[in-house]
Design a protein around this ligand. Sequence first.
Ligand SMILES: *[C@@H]1O[C@H](CO)[C@@H](O)[C@H](O)[C@H]1NC(C)=O
Ligand SMILES: *[C@@H]1O[C@H](CO)[C@@H](O)[C@H](O)[C@H]1NC(C)=O
Length: 259
Amino acid sequence: MKYLIPLSLAMVSAVVATDRPITVVNDCPFVIWPAFFTSSGGQPAQAAGWEAQPGTELTLFAPDNWNGRIWGRRNCDFSTSPGPNSCLDGGCNGGLVCNITTGTGVPPATLATFDFSGESQDVYTVSVVDGYNLPVVITNTGGCGVASCPVDLATSCPLALAGPFDSDGVPVGCKSACLVDALAGNAANSSNCCTGSFDSESSCPSSGVEHYSYFKTNCPNSFVYAFDESSGTATWDCAKSSESNVAYAVVFCPDISTL
Ligand SMILES: *[C@@H]1O[C@H](CO)[C@@H](O)[C@H](O)[C@H]1NC(C)=O
Ligand SMILES: *[C@@H]1O[C@H](CO)[C@@H](O)[C@H](O)[C@H]1NC(C)=O
């Protein structure tokens, strides 16, 4: 018995100092089902998907080499054949808990991306490259820039991009032009996706991406298309500190008056 670690200490030691806290907040007036996917680096200890009631939050701890994404899923029902079609958008292989190797999420979905693998800085974005499904902001304790697409783009979405729609016909997403091309089977050579003959920065200017200005005007601090880094407001970074790591919050449906 004397070698047992008291529970409180065991819980503290499970979260090693280098783990990166990311608090996922649902400020939407409806239930969402957040999820994450690890592109590279270690896995956060938490299950990769959960239900979030309005006004609730959950802090996940990502390894300090984590490169991954967090997004929200809308209008989910996991009661029959849980999988990518269990949600109107954002659903994943696995159902409520996304499969850690294949559960990347069905677009359109606003993505909060993080890359902690850099030597000296964290890099993060709010990406609508694959479309939009919820307002999202990434705040931080480091006094660094705020990545965001904090407004409702579903209801103002250009007709050609709108949807999917809920059972009342209300849009719960806004596709990117690249996603529309992909759904039509045209993603291999697309000026919207920067593929094929358009696969370089010079051959894929933002002016050639349909509806670029709709997204960038409404969400100037989001990542809108493959080469959006040149806008200067697409990717955000925050210096790593050996003293105390920066903590992040991913807030769905943020109160924009506080930004
Ligand atoms: C995740 O998907 C892979 C590939 O389809 C499958 O082999 C694995 O069993 C799945 N994992 C879980 C936990 O279902
Ligand atoms: C891609 O499409 C363009 C027309 O939009 C065409 O000129 C070009 O040859 C195509 N490239 C490839 C690699 O298919």
